[in-house]
Ligand binder design. Structure first.
Ligand SMILES: Cc1cc2nc3c(=O)[nH]c(=O)nc-3n(C[C@H](O)[C@H](O)[C@H](O)COP(=O)(O)OP(=O)(O)OC[C@H]3O[C@@H](n4cnc5c(N)ncnc54)[C@H](O)[C@@H]3O)c2cc1C
Length: 496
C-alpha cells in the first residue's frame, strides 16, 4: 500500500498531524522509534505510583480556549478529563532566603490585582506588562483564530526585545522581575535570550487558565491512541526511521525503517529534531545554507530530575506547583549557576492518578547537556559507576533542597528514580536531552513547516513553540500549509 502521508515520530505533534490528515480522508502511516506512542508524554510507574514526564500542566484548556478548541476538532475532548489547577495560585513562587512566597493566580484581572497588592510601587509597569503579554498572545494567528494569516511570520519571531529588556524597562523591583522570569521554565530559554513575544505566546495561555489531565500525559496519549484507531491511522511503533527515499523526480516516495522495511508514501512529515532529519535524507538534498542552519540550532535547557514517592499522606502542593528561587543568582537557568542555587520546579500534581495513599513528586532542576558530557557515548541501562556516583550525588542535593524549601516533604519522600540530560536524550530520542528541543531565541530562525522539497514537511516543537500547545499548533500550521490555512481555520472556528 502507498500512503498519502508517512509521519516520522508519534509525539504530540506527530499524533496531532496524523489525526488532522486522516480526518480529511488521507491515508496515514505514523512511525515511532519507541515501543509505544508518545514516549515523552507517557510517564512511568514506580512502586505503584504514576510519574508524569513530559506533561505536568498546560494553559489554554478551559472551555472555549484555544487548546480546548483544538482537542474538540481532533475528536479527543470527550476522551480526556481536565483537572483545573487552583485558580487562586496555580504556581507558588518561593524564595527561601527571603522567607517569601508569591502565589501566581490565573485570570488577567486577578493576576494584576495580586501583583499590584504585593508590589504597589510598580502598578503602572504591571498593567503595561500584562497588557503587552495579552496583545502579543492575541496577535498570533493560531493562538487567536480571529487573527488573519498575514501575521503568520509572527509565529516565528526571532526579534527582540528580550523578556529581560522588557522587564528592565518596566520595573525596578528585582524580586518582581524574578517572579515574572520564573515561567521561562515553560519554554527552556533564559530571560536574556527569549524574545518577549515568544515568552508571551507560551505563558499567555497559562495566564488565563491552567489544567492538568486525569491520568497525566499518559491520559492524553491514550486519548490519541483511541482516536487514531477510530480513524484508521496505521501506527508502526518500535520502528526507527533510518532514511527517507526520494523518487527520480525528487519527491519523497518511502520511509525506510531500521529493519529494512519501506513504508511507501506520497509525502513525508518529520516531527523529529530537525538536526536528525539531516541523517535521514541524501546528502545534497538541501542547500548548504539550510544544512548549516539546522546544524547550528541551539537547544533549550535540559534538566536533572528527581522522582520520589511521598509517603506522608499529605500533599502540600495540591493542584499547584512550587517554584523555588534563590534570591540573588545570576544566570539561574545555566551551568554558570551552581546546582545549589539553580531554580527548582517541584510538581506533585498527580494525586488523581493513583489509587494508593502515596503520591509522586518530581523535582526538576535546569542543566545543560555538557554537565553529563563525559558519559555521552553511553546508553540508558549501561552507564558506568562514575556516572551513577555523580547522579546519586546530584539527586542527594535535589532531595536536600526540596526538603529545605518545602518542610512538609522532610523525611517523607523516598527517591525512586532520577533522570539526567542523558536519560532525557535517550528516552525522548533527541540530540541533547533538552526539555523543549530547539531553543526559540533571539536571532535564531527555526525551520518552517514546509521545506523546499515538494512533499517533505516538518512539524513539532522546533517549528513555532514548545509544550503541548506549541507542538499542537505546529501540527495545525503544517497541515494548514498542506490543506490550506483558510480551510483549517474555518473548520476550527466551527468548533468554537
Ligand atoms: C521533563 C519535561 C517536562 C515537561 N513538562 C511540560 C508541561 O508540563 N506542559 C507542557 O505543555 N509541556 C511540557 N513539556 C514539553 C512537551 O513535552 C514537549 O514540548 C512536547 O511533548 C514535544 O512534542 P513533539 O511532538 O514536538 O516532540 P516529541 O515528543 O519529541 O516527538 C518526536 C517523536 O519522534 C520520535 N523519533 C525520534 N527519532 C525517530 C526516528 N528516527 N524514527 C521514528 N521516530 C523517531 C521520538 O521518539 C518522539 O516520540 C515537558 C517536557 C519535558 C521533557
Amino acid at each position: 500500500m502507498k500512503y498519502d502521508f508517512a509521519i516520522i515520530g508519534a509525539g504530540i505533534s506527530g499524533m496531532t498531524t496524523a489525526v488532522i490528515l486522516a480526518q480529511h480522508g488521507h491515508s496515514v502511516a505514523l512511525i515511532e522509534a519507541a515501543g509505544r506512542m508518545g514516549p515523552v508524554l507517557r510517564g512511568f510507574h514506580r512502586r505503584g505510583v504514576y510519574f508524569d514526564t513530559g506533561f505536568h500542566y498546560t494553559g489554554g484548556l478551559d472551555d472555549g480556549e484555544i487548546l480546548d478548541i483544538f482537542f474538540r476538532y481532533l475528536g479527543i475532548n470527550d476522551k480526556i478529563q481536565k483537572i483545573p489547577f487552583d485558580p487562586d495560585g496555580f504556581d507558588l513562587f518561593r524564595f527561601p532566603s527571603l522567607k517569601e512566597d508569591f502565589l501566581f493566580p490565573c485570570g488577567y484581572n486577578r493576576i494584576q490585582e495580586r501583583f499590584c497588592s504585593v508590589f504597589p510601587k510598580e502598578q503602572k509597569g504591571i498593567r503595561d506588562f500584562f497588557h503587552a503579554v495579552r496583545e502579543s498572545f492575541q496577535s498570533r494567528p493560531y493562538l487567536n483564530l480571529d487573527q488573519d494569516m498575514s501575521s503568520f511570520q509572527k509565529l516565528r519571531t526571532v526579534y527582540g526585545p528580550s523578556l529581560k529588556a522588557v522587564l528592565d524597562s518596566l520595573f525596578k523591583d528585582r524580586h518582581l522581575k524574578r517572579i515574572l522570569s520564573g515561567h521561562c521554565y515553560l519554554h527552556g530559554v533564559s530571560p536574556e535570550e527569549v524574545p518577549f513575544s515568544q515568552h508571551a505566546a507560551v505563558v499567555g495561555s497559562y495566564y488565563t487558565s491552567v489544567h492538568g489531565l486525569r491520568g497525566g500525559g499518559a491520559g492524553l496519549v491514550h486519548a490519541f491512541e483511541e482516536r487514531l484507531s477510530e480513524i484508521g491511522v496505521d501506527v508502526f511503533c518500535g520502528q526507527r526511521a533510518s532514511a527517507i527515499d526520494f523518487s527520480g523526480t525528487g519527491h519523497p516516495e518511502a520511509v525506510r525503517l531500521q529493519d529494512g522495511t519501506r513504508i511507501l508514501s506520497r509525502a513525508c512529515i518529520s516531527s523529529i529534531h530537525p538536526r536528525f532529519l539531516l541523517n535521514l535524507v541524501p546528502s545534497g538534498l538541501f542547500r548548504p545554507a539550510y544544512i548549516r542552519r539546522l546544524e547550528a540550532l541551539d537547544e533549550s535547557f535540559s534538566s536533572f530530575i528527581l522522582y520520589g514517592v511521598n509517603r506522608s499522606g499529605r500533599n502540600p502542593l495540591k493542584k499547584r506547583n512550587l517554584f523555588v528561587f534563590s534570591a540573588d543568582t545570576k544566570d539561574p537557568f545555566t551551568n554558570n549557576c551552581p546546582l545549589e542555587k539553580r531554580p527548582l520546579f517541584i510538581s506533585s500534581a498527580t494525586p488523581e492518578n493513583g489509587r494508593s495513599e502515596s503520591q509522586g513528586v518530581a523535582v526538576i532542576c535546569p542543566s545543560m547537556a555538557n554537565q553529563t558530557a563525559p558519559w555521552k557515548d553511553t546508553r540508558a541501562g549501561h552507564r558506568p559507576e562514575g556516572y551513577q556516583r555523580v547522579k546519586g550525588r546530584i539527586m542527594g542535593i535535589l532531595k536536600h533542597r526540596m526538603e529545605e524549601s518545602c518542610p512538609e516533604f522532610k523525611d517523607a519522600v523516598e527517591v525512586v528514580e532520577g533522570a539526567t540530560p542523558l536519560t532525557l536524550r535517550d528516552f525522548s530520542n533527541s540530540p541533547a536531552g533538552s526539555l523543549y528541543g530547539v531553543k526559540h531565541r533571539i536571532g535564531q530562525y527555526n525551520p518552517g513547516p514546509a521545506t523546499r522539497i515538494k512533499g517533505l514537511y516538518l512539524v513539532g516543537q522546533a517549528v513555532v513553540a514548545p509544550g503541548v500547545l506549541g507542538a499542537v499548533i505546529s501540527a495545525f500550521l503544517t497541515c494548514g500549509s498542506i490543506l490550506d490555512h483558510d480551510r483549517i481555520r474555518k473548520e476550527l472556528n466551527a468548533c468554537r
